[in-house]
Design a binder for this molecule. Structure first.
Ligand code: PSU
Ligand code: MN
Length: 306
């Protein structure tokens, strides 16, 4: 693999077994509008630091995998003029060899984080099984990477634009533990609850860390763990607005014939413009909340696994 470029701050934290939290770049380049994405990037890193961990935002720049980004590199990722490619794990080799700039998805970020020795990762929403997957076979590589990469992913579940039930079934099949953070139901990104329960509930970062440590040290195999953290209640999208945007978004995909890796960005864009910013606030607050929780868990894990 192309040798990753790790910032000094991240490198020294890893060498000292101090807590590090990996952060995804696709939510910045493809999930949030220009300007707002840069503010969110800075805020996420701030909350991770405030909780006592070191943030490592991951991207590929000029073909080099970057673990930890400087302020200038974050600018580059967030500037739409640079037209970053969306990189899932399978795209990494091409981006390295062809010296491209790209933003990593959950799958791409988890792979690079693990390779760098980072075991905790925060994002907004996980990719999953799309509605209609029986015909399209559109199932995010995020699920496969979680099944094969021993990282903890903290997220707010999956969007209800996906088939939430099928996503949970696949996570069960692939032996990925799913924990609800102070929640009995799997969250649906903009909404705190989907119609589906979670198999396990934890009440604190310490409990989550204990489960992750036990899974890693005592359970054969190398699957990751999913910690599902519902959007903060004050920023949950109202149910009726959510229903309307969802129906419109799905119709938009159908009428425009959107396929493959464009599906998620097109839907996000529709939610953001058609909700007059309500979805953006939800999106920002849930990512910030996940980053803070991931940092708390990383701190507990460093104490346990030290
Ligand atoms: N879900 C969101 N926002 C996002 C994504 C998912 O609510 O920005 C991004 C993440 O980077 C995720 C990717 O890993 O989309 C999944 O894309 P696909 O379904 O093409 O695998
Ligand atoms: Mn897909």
């Amino acid at each position: 693999m192309s040798t990753p470029s790790i910032t000094e701050e991240v490198e020294s934290a890893l060498a000292g077994n101090r807590p590090v939290v990996a952060l995804e770049s696709t939510i910045l380049s493809h999930g949030l509008p220009p300007g707002r994405n840069r503010e969110v990037a800075a805020r996420i890193e701030d909350v991770v630091r405030a909780a006592g961990a070191v943030p490592a935002t991951i991207a590929v720049l000029g073909g080099v995998p970057k673990v930890g980004l400087t302020a200038e590199e974050l600018d580059r990722v967030c500037d739409p003029a640079n037209d970053l490619v969306k990189l899932s794990r399978r795209d990494l080799g091409a981006a390295f060899a062809l010296k491209r700039d790209g933003a990593t998805t959950v799958a791409g970020t988890a792979a690079l984080a693990h390779a760098a020795g980072i075991g905790v990762f925060a994002t907004g929403g996980l990719g999953g099984v799309h509605r209609g997957a029986r015909e399209t076979w559109d199932v995010s590589a995020d699920l496969d990477v979680l099944a094969t990469t021993p990282v903890l992913v903290v997220c707010s579940g999956v969007k209800s634009i996906l088939d939430v039930g099928a996503t949970l079934e696949l996570l069960e099949t692939r032996s990925v533990p799913v924990l609800g953070y102070r929640a009995d139901r799997f969250p649906a990104f903009y909404r705190r609850e989907s119609a589906f329960g979670v198999p396990w509930r934890v009440e604190s970062a310490a409990e989550a860390a204990a489960v992750v440590a036990a899974h890693r040290s005592g359970v054969p195999g190398s699957s990751g763990v999913l910690l599902a953290n519902p959007v903060p209640a004050a920023f949950e999208m109202p149910a009726d607005l959510h229903e309307r945007l969802l129906a419109e978004g799905l119709e938009l995909l159908r009428s425009r014939g959107v396929r493959g890796k464009e599906v998620t960005p097109v839907l996000l864009e529709h939610f953001h413009t058609a909700s007059g910013g309500v979805s953006l606030d939800s999106n920002e607050e849930l990512v910030v909340s996940n980053a803070a929780l991931a940092a708390e868990v990383a701190v507990e894990l460093a104490a346990l696994e030290g």
